[in-house]
Design a protein around this ligand. Structure first.
Ligand code: PHE
Length: 460
């Protein structure tokens, strides 16, 4: 049976108010999107997968899969105007299907918790690097020294554990108090500052790095260096970096005023996110080649290359401090959104207070995160399936859970929802609607399924 509200089709409003402007929404989603995914993760997995061909596939995934999935998430969020679980249940019923679509929202929350468990550990590294920068640890250091600093730090379960505890503790505290009003202001200042600092670093890597070698590594595709698992990683990274498949963008869409163009806002966010990721890679790889470092170094790539550059430039300690503070900030704005949906769910579903819910979720994430903390030291040789505990959590979330939930969300928007509903949200007559409809109906689902099956070797 349809509920009353759905039956009357009254314009639905969110219980928590709406964004003050289109710009506010774009900034909020950009704040969630821009994070460790752009600056830490993208360069390191591009490096591990041979560069050029990976970057090309990544860009295709961002625009042909990420963009339509993002539009689907926002349109679902705006139509339902509730938390992701309730929205999926409501729309599932309203579109004449089933309330069981709520499980897609639940899958997103679970994935968010798992992602935050390691995200917090890496964000903790950036906090520790703020401290190291302030103390001038990198001044004049050689590549070997910077590498040793990284290995010594991550090799200590205690140091990494403390940093993880600090980061998740701080995030929990803020989510518990529900202080998000300041967030818009923070993002307004953070994203442009980060961009400016990246441009400064780019100047440095153009003049002091092997820029030509970096460019050719990133932009001349060598497909023999790319495996199907690499293609899957590129797709997973597209979901991860755009904050898709976790209900995060859906939750933000719930506060979007009716007249804002979903296509326009999505394109702005996708471009901003992509520019920052490419910029990060353009800064990092010339330094890698100039210093004979290994592009496939892995998780430590950013933490080894950038301090090296900072150590050699005038005023480096100041720049380094500023950079790691901004990176920690970027991680923090992403983490807040990541945690919020789980907390909102506990509050609404089980009548917990915000503080109780935040503590429970924060504690759970902290505990799961210990697996990642230990992956770099005590349990570094404990390997199964894809490698360390961290490798497995990362693979499971980015390469399996995010694409799966992205697939379900897009299928829901493009196949289950009727055309009247989607064209009502996206502006039916526009060419952007037709593009979305085609990409979301055919291209994105087919690509997700084919890439996934290829990567698990289903085609032999
Ligand atoms: N997109 C963020 C990043 O690139 C991570 C994130 C994922 C944030 C999912 C929120 C939800 O760092």
């Amino acid at each position: 049976m349809l509920n009353e509200e759905a039956a009357t089709k009254a314009p639905r409003t969110s219980l928590h108010g709406h964004w003050s402007s289109r710009m506010a929404f774009i900034l909020a989603v950009t704040g969630s999107a821009v994070g460790l995914g752009n600056i830490w993760k993208f360069p390191y997995i591009a490096g591990e997968n041979g560069g050029g061909a990976f970057v090309l596939v990544y860009l295709l995934c961002v625009f042909l899969i990420g963009l339509p999935v993002m539009m689907s998430e926002i349109l679902i969020g705006r139509r339902g105007r509730r938390n992701p679980v309730a929205t999926m249940a409501l729309l599932g019923e309203e579109e004449g299907h089933s309330r069981r679509w709520r499980w897609v929202g639940a899958l997103g929350i679970l994935t968010g918790i798992l992602i935050l468990s390691y995200y917090s550990v890496i964000a903790g590294w950036t906090l520790a690097y703020v401290q190291k920068s302030v103390f001038g640890v990198f001044a004049g250091a050689t590549a070997a020294q910077v590498d040793a600093v990284f290995k010594n730090f991550t090799g200590s379960w205690f140091a990494v554990g403390i940093a993880h505890t600090l980061f998740i503790g701080f995030t929990t505290l803020v989510v518990a108090r529900g202080v998000e009003r300041g967030l818009e202001q923070a993002v307004k200042f953070m994203v442009p500052s980060l961009l400016l600092l990246m441009l400064t670093l780019l100047g440095y890597s153009i003049t002091s790095g092997s820029f030509a070698a970096g460019l050719s590594f990133l932009f001349s595709p060598d497909f023999s260096a790319l495996t199907w698992d690499g293609v899957l990683a590129a797709m997973g990274q597209a979901f991860f970096t755009l904050s898709l498949g976790m209900g995060a963008v859906m939750a933000y869409g719930a506060y979007l005023p009716k007249e804002t163009s979903i296509a326009g806002a999505s394109i702005a966010v996708v471009i901003a996110d992509t520019v920052i990721a490419i910029l990060a890679a353009l800064v990092i790889f010339p330094l890698v080649f100039a210093n004979n470092l290994d592009p496939a170094e892995g998780v430590g790539l950013v933490f080894v290359t950038l301090p090296l550059a900072f150590g050699q430039m005038p005023g480096g300690a100041v720049f380094a401090t500023l950079f790691f503070v901004l990176l920690a900030f970027a991680a923090w704005t992403s983490a807040l959104g990541l945690m919020e949906s789980a907390v909102a769910y506990l509050v609404e579903r089980f009548y917990r207070t915000r503080a109780q819910a935040a503590l429970m979720i924060g504690g759970l994430i902290w505990a799961i995160g210990l697996g990642t903390v230990l992956s770099f030291n005590v349990l570094m040789n404990f390997r199964f399936l894809k490698g360390t505990i961290y490798n497995n959590v990362d693979y499971l979330t980015s390469n399996i859970l995010l694409p799966a939930s992205g697939l379900l969300i897009t299928v829901f928007a493009a196949w289950v929802m009727c055309r009247n509903s989607t064209s009502d949200e996206l502006g039916g007559g526009r060419s952007s609607y037709r593009h979305w409809h085609f990409l979301a109906r055919f291209v994105a689902p087919a690509a997700i399924i084919v890439i996934f099956l290829q990567a698990v070797g289903a085609f032999g």
